[in-house]
Design a protein around this ligand. Structure first.
Ligand SMILES: [Zn+2]
Length: 458
């Protein structure tokens, strides 16, 4: 057992809180050293720059990055001098299997980042310390546009497993970093049983900002609404992380907590950034990397899977990396009212693996499925699991407004998307378990690739 585990298991809460404060302060210093300040200025400067200057700088960053990768990474050495589109696509399996050839620095020279593997294997990448400073400089600059800075009160809802049975028994479902004014909530125990403890802890803390899984904050808000509670206070901004933000998150969370919802995309393997502007548009940040959107045949498209090339991944260069997420682009001539010339993304559509296979309609993606709740009232959340091609199991949490009529509306909407021959088994439940990472998955597809065959014609 490591010291950290020992402390988490046996030390009194006050000692744990102090330990968390010290650890956070250490992380903060590591990320804010060196080039951090210079990169904050860099990103502030380029925010309002003209299209030509941006394009020029993006091209310079891309050239520098490809040069670094082909000089320092044995994996990329054979591609020296090539244009970006001539590089091979990097699959997740390759990144896992050939990490030692892909990386350009030793583990001890960099910062190791582990990604919770929702698909099984967990991913390890090494960051160049300067790249980490740049990523934090941009993230902090982005959040500072909404008034966020270290020292303002923040409630975190992320996948940390930080509680013991004794904490649950006493209703202490959080840990405090008193130095940095951060309250870390467990995302594993949000449910009717501990709702009161959560609501009281949030209400007492009065955070200015919330950062974390939108599904967790939504669950809390939905349960509060169901109980007729009002939040006494006002959260300034909610910054969702790690999960796809759905329309229901943007409706219910602001309605209950009085906050804005400001989204971002930046996966922990080190993807380039997509950041929401004050006008509510999602902008690709062209100085952080390249997003190529491709269709099933890997040809350029407006909507589909993305291949990412990320300039801040020199430690483990990601070039045309098939990260497993989907986006839809807005038309090229779309101009955002915020004045930025950065390209606009219509939606971030979530993980490519999150679809239901319909023998009639083919792949039905997460975004499309989550829209089925549009005409049905009273749904808090649902999860749809597919184990055979012709049936799905839907577990659904709902309140009193979910009447027989609403149930039929929902089933009708699902059936429209999944095809008439799909059997839909709907169960109303009290609780839907989360993944080991603490994230909530709406869609779980457990079909083997061989089972996904179109319906025979005739
Ligand atoms: Zn904008």
């Amino acid at each position: 057992m490591s010291l950290k585990e020992l402390i988490l298991k046996y030390a009194p809460v006050a000692v744990q809180d102090a330990g968390i404060s010290v650890y956070n302060t250490h992380l903060y210093r590591q990320r804010h050293r060196g080039e951090y300040k210079a990169y904050q200025r860099y990103y502030r400067d380029f925010e309002q720059a003209g299209a030509d200057r941006i394009a020029q700088e993006a091209a310079r960053r891309q050239a520098l990055f490809l040069q670094w990768a082909t000089e320092k990474s044995p994996w990329y050495a054979p591609h020296r001098g090539k244009e970006l589109h001539e590089f091979p696509i990097l699959e997740k399996e390759q990144l896992l299997a050939h990490m030692d050839q892909i990386r350009s620095i030793e583990e001890r020279e960099g910062i190791v980042s582990l990604t919770g593997g929702t698909t099984g294997a967990s991913m390890k990448v090494i960051y160049h310390p300067e790249d980490m400073q740049e990523r934090f400089a941009l993230k902090d600059y982005f959040r500072s546009r909404y008034g966020y800075k270290l020292g303002r009160k923040v409630a975190w809802f992320s996948g940390k497993s930080l509680l013991r049975p004794v904490d649950l028994a006493s209703g202490r479902i959080w840990r405090d970093d008193h130095i940095n004014k951060i309250r870390f909530f467990s995302t594993f125990h949000i449910g009717p049983q501990y709702f009161d403890a959560y609501w009281r802890a949030l209400q007492d803390f009065q955070p200015d900002y919330i950062v974390g899984f939108p599904s967790s904050v939504l669950d809390l808000c939905a349960m509060a609404q169901e109980r007729g509670l009002r939040y006494d206070g006002k959260v300034d901004t909610f910054f969702p992380t790690a999960e796809t933000v759905l329309p229901v998150h943007r409706e219910l969370i602001p309605a209950m907590l009085g906050c804005r919802v400001v989204d971002q995309y930046a996966a922990s393997e080190g993807a380039p950034f997509i950041l929401e502007c004050p006008e509510g548009s999602l902008h690709i940040h062209p100085l952080t990397g390249v997003f190529e959107v491709v269709d099933e045949a890997m040809q350029p498209a407006r909507e589909g899977e993305i291949l990412v090339t990320s300039f801040t991944t020199r430690g483990t260069p990601l070039i045309r990396y098939r990260i497993g997420d989907r986006i839809s682009l807005a038309p090229d001539d779309h101009r955002c009212a915020c004045g930025s010339c950065f390209p606009v993304v219509k939606h971030i559509d979530g993980r490519t693996a999150d679809f239901i296979w319909s023998p009639e309609n083919g792949k039905v993606n997460l975004g499309n499925i989550s829209n089925s709740t549009k005409d049905a009232e009273g749904i808090i959340c649902f999860q749809i699991v597919q184990e055979t091609p012709d049936a799905v199991d839907v577990a659904l949490m709902a309140n009193q407004r979910f009447t027989q009529e609403q149930r039929e509306n929902f089933l009708h909407a699902l059936s429209l998307r999944l095809g008439k021959s799909m059997r839909i088994n709907l169960d109303v439940v009290d609780h839907i378990p989360r993944e080991a990472s603490g994230k909530f998955r709406i869609v779980k597809n457990r079909l083997s690739p061989a089972a996904m065959r179109p319906l025979a014609q005739g």
